[in-house]
Design a protein around this ligand. Structure first.
Ligand code: ARG
Length: 464
């Protein structure tokens, strides 16, 4: 229940019967939105300065309000502030304390604004720094991936499609695929920063205000690009929240994908990577176990971030214009998603620093499954001017034959090859070599060692 300094609710003259304590508990959000105290105070100070500039409040009142707000900021950051559920949310907790510190003049601070514009101003300011925080954590992951890639340009592994051996690749090229994803994540966040950067302050409850406020002034002072255009839309718009939650979901989906892959690779069946003891856990019953628990944690967390996106979409889907209490839940959702992602990014960075490819096993696995069959087909096209479809059929016949003989392609003799294509020469054995295969994938974006080296360099420059 919101009260002023005389301990009466602000709306006490209108709402005569007190809400039950159970209902008071339901409508409070202070435990969650107290996290916005700095943003709230910054917004209120700029609003107060604007009110004075526009001659809506006096110089003396302005100074008193700003003095009080700064004092409250200190109290909160020094943990000397008593948050009260009775005063519902962060806005009312601060306003109530302002009354205690400076008296009745505190009542001027809410001139020409409402909690409806106040809360989204706070949330947008918070989100701007949250995005910067997220992106610097993504940067760290990109850096660690580049480091690992740099060490593994010549590490040969099987590239998979359908989790079946497909074509040989450089392990660095594989890592660089995730660098692309994380780079896109960064850009997605940057783009959303552009879109959200419109100032809601001053649209008040939903209709704007009759006071002669200057929204351009608060826009500039609060670092927004422009004021929002429509007061009704502004107080009900949570698209920027959806963008944020979606971006977090995509980034955690990327983390989840690589985690899943690394869990598979860490299994005895694949045995393509080793994880240092720092990033595995043991079993309470099986003494031999080293489990990739943290990777599983990361994969699992994508579930809760997707859930948060769906929650917010569902909250919004049936809401007429404009503000409704339903919207209050946005902050809990947003904070949870942001904290989870930051955690995941930090954990994943540690995984990258404690991950070692099992190069021998990678090479061994890449040497099975007729992985250079496509190279053989390409060779027939290039050297013997055959249409690709015909070359594909001939190669299939060779693979079938090798399989029957229980041999790899490079274990066949030239004579055996010639049974299928008499024009083949000893060159065919170069083509079946894994490194040769990788080297030959020179098309832009392909896995050739040179391409991968260049790409790593390019991203190293970007990411400095
Ligand atoms: N705590 C509220 C929220 O987060 C602030 C806005 C309240 N406005 C209102 N008309 N009840 O949404």
């Amino acid at each position: 229940m919101v009260k002023n300094k005389n301990n009466r609710t602000i709306w006490g003259n209108r709402i005569k019967n007190k809400n039950s304590s159970f209902f008071q508990k339901i409508s409070t959000s202070i435990d969650i939105d107290k996290r916005l105290y700095e943003e709230d105070i910054t917004g209120s100070i700029v609003h107060t300065e604007m009110l004075f500039k526009q001659r809506i409040i006096s110089f003396k009142t302005k100074n008193k309000i700003i003095y009080g707000l700064n004092k409250i900021k200190k109290e909160i950051s020094n943990k000397k502030f008593e948050f009260s559920k009775k005063y519902e949310d962060i806005h009312m907790n601060i306003e109530k304390r302002l009354f205690e510190i400076i008296g009745e003049e505190a009542g001027f601070v809410h001139t020409g604004r409402s909690r409806n514009d106040q809360v989204i101003t706070d949330l947008k300011i918070w989100m701007r720094s949250a995005i910067i925080d997220i992106n610097s954590n993504i940067d760290r992951i990109i850096k660690s991936s580049l480091k690992l890639a740099e060490k593994n340009i010549y590490t040969v592994m099987p590239g998979f499609t359908h989790l079946k051996n497909a074509q040989p690749i450089s392990f660095a090229h594989y890592l660089m695929a995730y660098v692309e994803m994380f780079y896109r994540d960064k850009n997605r966040f940057k783009n959303s920063l552009e879109i959200l950067n419109e100032n809601p302050l001053g649209v008040a409850a939903l209709a704007g205000t009759s006071f002669n406020i200057d929204r351009n002034y608060t826009t500039k002072k609060l670092g927004f690009k422009k004021p929002t255009n429509n007061s009704i839309d502004t107080v009900s718009d949570r698209d920027f929240v959806l963008d944020f939650l979606y971006n977090i979901s995509v980034c955690s989906m990327h983390i989840s994908r690589i985690s899943e892959e690394l869990i598979i690779w860490n299994s005895e069946g694949f045995n393509l990577i080793n994880l240092s003891d720092k990033v595995v856990t043991g079993s309470s019953i099986m003494p031999q176990k080293k489990n990739p628990d943290y990777l599983e944690f990361l994969r699992g967390k994508s579930g809760s971030t997707f859930g948060n996106l769906i929650s917010m979409l569902t909250i919004l889907k049936g809401l007429p214009l404009s503000y409704f209490k339903d919207l209050q839940d946005d902050k809990e959702i947003v904070f949870k998603s942001k904290d989870t992602l930051i955690n995941s990014l930090k954990i994943f960075d540690q995984i990258l620093k404690n991950l070692y490819p099992n190069k021998k096993r990678m090479l061994q696995l890449a040497s099975s499954g007729y992985i250079t069959a496509t190279d053989l087909a390409d060779h027939l096209v290039k050297q013997h001017s055959m249409p690709f479809r015909k070359a594909y059929q001939k190669t299939t016949a060779i693979v079938n034959f090798a399989e029957k003989k229980n041999k790899q392609l490079n274990e066949l003799t030239l004579d055996e090859f010639r049974k299928f294509e008499p024009k083949l020469t000893n060159d065919v054995f170069y083509v079946l070599n894994l490194e040769y295969s990788i080297k030959s994938k020179k098309s832009y974006g392909g896995t050739s060692f040179d391409n991968v080296k260049k790409m790593i360099l390019k991203y190293k420059r970007h990411n400095d």
